[in-house]
Design a protein around this ligand. Structure first.
Ligand code: BGC
Length: 490
């Protein structure tokens, strides 16, 4: 009797176990189904077929025209930079460049040897900007810059054995929009990219830096100040006179190019360079009804310090790609409990997942995606992930990066179209600088693929999009060199 009771109890327990296992596996299947549906919706929302890419390129070309006609007439600022000259390759002497970007200042000293010798020697130093200075006053920031430049120059003078006693000239680039009526002065109209400087009134940044240099006893003068992408354009022209545009794809994004004066009806100022002007497009502000926008982009925009601003930058730049991916994963965690019954706390922290981490996960070539597993744990506090979960995460990274890269490519085609270079027999070079393009191989590949598809059958070989290694800081020094007039007559 006792034996029969035990047997019955064991049978009941086994049946219960099976029932629990069945419920569990049904719940797990539902979770996966739901998670996969979220990815599918994301894929559809981010879809960028060639027809849509052309719509974006056409919109870019017409926004450019509108922005050149009047200020405020377009989502693109199309700021005119009245440079007096562009580097030709003939420049000779020792020149300095300074770049103020998202997190660091980069100082460059370059010795140029004219057309044959070109860059004889160069030295670059990078110093992080203390975080308190990024949100302090411009005076404190320029003081810091002057002090760092003073150290840099003393070290350089020793190493180059400098005999030249002429006052040193420096070209400065900022990763912010600058309004100027001369290349030697400029007012920063918006401190972006992590800076939030308290500025009283409109100040000429070049004059302010010169004041700080004098205060620190530095025998140096800011000969001009431009936006970083304009600086990159100057550097790119030194490398190839076929350069039509320079593009920055980093934390922030932008494009600059050369426009004939007659195509800029809004410009009333001086026109120092023969018949052409450099335009800082501020393309991060580009807006078009053709953008594939998802609920995640809407959230990012609504929670940003400037909703409605920098719409294009929020879709394509290094500042935002990581956070778009994080938001998709958060939705999965909340709605499918894919990463456990409680949502990992870190997953709720905005910008905790950075684009370089997305790039590492996306480009993980290991069989079991072990790097994805490590990154999920380290950056988002999601431990013990299975290979299937990691594959889903990689897919999210792929969709987000692919959309950004193809839109960036479409915008480049838009510029070429505006310049009537989207299929001619003339060679057109577009130089791209910035860590997103340089270090995110798959992003770069998607950008190139998109452009190739768009320009298929239209003299594609004449459109060359390539990486400009030295970026804007050498551009700053080269622009200073071209302005100084120290050139050989070759
Ligand atoms: C800024 C531009 C800058 C770009 C690249 C954007 O956020 O508005 O002025 O050129 O980032 O650094």
């Amino acid at each position: 009797m006792r034996k029969r009771v035990i047997a019955a109890a064991v049978a009941a327990a086994a049946a219960g176990g099976i029932a629990v296992a069945l419920v569990w596996s049904r719940r797990s299947a539902r979770r996966w189904e739901r998670a996969e549906r979220i990815v599918q919706e994301l894929r559809e929302g981010c879809h960028t077929p060639v027809t849509r890419l052309w719509e974006v390129a056409d919109a870019m070309a017409s926004e450019m025209r509108a922005g050149l006609s009047s200020d405020g007439g377009s989502s693109l600022r199309m700021l005119v930079t009245p440079l007096e000259s562009l580097p030709t390759g003939n420049e000779e002497g020792l020149f300095y460049g300074l770049e103020i970007n998202q997190t660091t200042i980069r100082m460059l000293c370059v010795q140029l040897g004219g057309m044959d010798a070109r860059v004889i020697k160069k030295h670059l130093a990078e110093v992080p900007v203390p975080s308190n200075l990024m949100v302090g006053t411009s005076e404190d920031l320029y003081d810091f810059i002057a002090a760092e430049l003073s150290k840099f120059i003393s070290a350089e003078e020793l190493s180059y054995n400098i005999q030249d006693r002429r006052p040193k000239e420096i070209g400065v680039t900022f990763s912010f929009p600058v309004i100027q009526n001369l290349a030697s002065n400029g007012t920063i109209i918006e401190w972006t990219n992590g800076f939030s400087i308290k500025e009283t009134g409109e100040k000429d940044a070049a004059a302010e830096i010169n004041k700080a240099l004098e205060k620190h006893g530095v025998d140096m003068h800011v000969s001009f100040l431009v936006n970083d992408t304009v600086g990159a354009f100057g550097g790119a022209r030194y490398c190839s006179s076929d350069t039509m545009a320079a593009v920055t794809l980093g934390m922030g994004t932008n494009a600059a190019y050369m426009e004939p004066l007659h195509a800029i009806p809004k410009w009333q100022g001086p026109h120092p360079m023969q018949g052409v002007m450099i335009i800082n497009m501020e393309w991060g502000n580009f807006q078009s009804s053709h953008f594939p926008i998802t609920e995640f982009d809407v959230q990012i925009d609504a929670e940003s310090p400037k909703p409605g601003g920098k719409v294009f930058e929020k879709l394509i730049s290094g500042m935002y790609l990581g956070d778009i991916v994080r938001r998709v994963l958060l939705k999965m965690a909340e709605e499918t409990a894919l990463f456990g019954d409680t949502v990992p706390l870190k997953l709720r922290i905005p910008f905790v997942l950075r684009t370089p981490d997305v790039a590492s996960m996306h480009q993980d070539l290991s069989q079991d995606l072990s790097l994805v597993g490590e990154k999920l744990e380290e950056c988002l506090g999601i431990p013990n992930t299975t290979v299937r979960m990691r594959q889903l995460v990689v897919e999210v990274c792929d969709i987000v990066a692919k959309r950004g890269a193809r839109l960036a490519g479409a915008a480049i085609v838009g510029i070429l179209k505006k310049l009537k270079r989207d299929g001619t027999d003339k060679k057109s070079v577009v130089m791209v600088e910035g860590a997103l393009y340089e270090h995110y191989r798959l992003f770069r590949a998607y950008l190139h693929d998109g452009v190739k598809m768009m320009l298929h059958g239209r003299n594609l070989d004449n459109v060359i999009i390539e990486h400009s290694g030295d970026g804007c800081v050498i551009g700053a020094a080269l622009l200073a060199a071209s302005k100084s007039g120290h050139a050989t007559n070759s």
